[in-house]
Write a protein that binds this ligand. Structure first.
Ligand code: NAD
Length: 305
């Protein structure tokens, strides 16, 4: 069993590192938030006082951080992973970042003498808690093979996506497609209702027809149709508007760099930005459905609650 460092013990990092503990590894965790450290300690993670203490002696170093700038700050500089980790350690970033930041991590790690694998995840906090996340791995074959052994305890599926940055590229494209599908379901669900269709009857049609999609099946934004939908709980988040906006904006940025036109992604991004601007970023991303109907008329949403 290995000694593993985990930097960033948030909504994803704590349940993910808990699976490594359960698999018999020693996990040394570090986070700037005392609350996050206390939660992780309850799961058997050994809390380190400094990042240096966390990474010293670790065979693998995982990061699970909010934004690309946090990832860059944690790797770089005198107090960063490259300066502090033991040589020979495998570095894995599970954060959702832009492709450029991921490639920067690969190049910097190589220069500093480390193996790095981009290892973004899909499945949300439910998948993190259940240990059923999808891992999308990018990097050199030998490094990815090493990574697979560590992520196994947290994963339902692990997919080798190719070279440096390909894991994050797959993650961003997947989430961009998901959010375009969310917009389709937002508009379709409300049009069906206004045309007089019973919501469950139309859902049954779509479910076995050409409009079937993941958000149609799991997140249908009408109360009482699908048990797992946020619409049943006043649109409290299972995947927040803020995180969805982050992921789509990184995909749009990648499209601009690659010279690919993404008008549908730009449209859903503008709606997610509007949600965040209204102070509703911590609500579920499917709350963009409210922009399809007159203000105050979305079934299942009470702004006062
Ligand atoms: P989070 O904000 O809950 O956790 C991030 C943690 O990093 C926080 O506890 C914060 O204190 C800590 N942190 C920030 N800077 C730090 C530093 N310099 N040193 C140590 N700790 C630091 O975020 P999360 O929901 O756990 O997401 C983590 C990453 O996973 C993000 O990149 C997110 O986009 C991605 N992701 C999240 C989900 C999800 O459903 N939450 C799903 C897939 C991917």
């Amino acid at each position: 069993m290995a000694t593993i460092a985990w930097i960033g013990l948030g909504h994803m990092g704590t349940p993910m590192s808990a699976h490594l503990v359960a698999a018999g590894h020693t996990v040394k965790g570090f986070d700037l938030s005392e609350h996050a450290c206390a939660e992780a300690a309850q799961q058997g993670v050994t809390i380190a006082a400094t990042m240096a203490d966390a990474v010293r002696g670790a065979e693998a170093v995982f990061t699970s951080l909010p934004m690309p700038e946090h990832v860059r700050a944690v790797y770089d500089g005198d107090g960063g992973v490259w300066a502090l980790a033991d040589h020979g350690a495998l570095l894995l970033d599970t954060s959702t970042v832009d492709v450029e930041t991921s490639r920067w991590c690969h190049e910097g790690s190589k220069r500093a003498g480390f193996a790095f694998v981009d290892a973004p995840i899909s499945g949300g906090t439910v998948g993190a808690e259940a240990g059923t996340l999808t891992f999308m791995l990018g990097g050199e074959d030998a490094h990815v093979a090493r990574a697979e052994a560590y992520v196994a305890a947290m994963a339902g599926s692990t997919i080798r996506c190719g070279g440096a940055g390909n894991g994050i590229a797959a993650k961003l494209v997947n989430n961009m497609m998901l959010m375009i599908d969310v917009l389709a379901v937002a508009e379709g669900s409300q049009l069906a209702a206004r045309l007089g269709l019973d919501a469950k009857t139309f859902w049954d049609v779509a479910n076995v027809s050409s409009a079937a999609s993941w958000p149609q099946q799991k997140w249908y934004p009408v109360p009482g149709v699908v048990a797992s939908a946020a619409a049943n709980h006043n649109f409290d988040a299972s995947f927040s508007g803020t995180l969805a906006k982050k992921d789509v904006s990184l995909a749009v940025q990648a499209g601009e760099a690659a010279g690919v036109q993404l008008p549908a992604a730009a449209l859903v991004l503008s709606q997610l930005a509007r949600l965040v601007d209204e102070g509703l970023g911590e609500k579920d991303c499917t709350l963009i459905t409210k922009y399809t109907v007159p203000e105050g008329q979305l079934a299942g949403y009470d702004p006062q609650r």
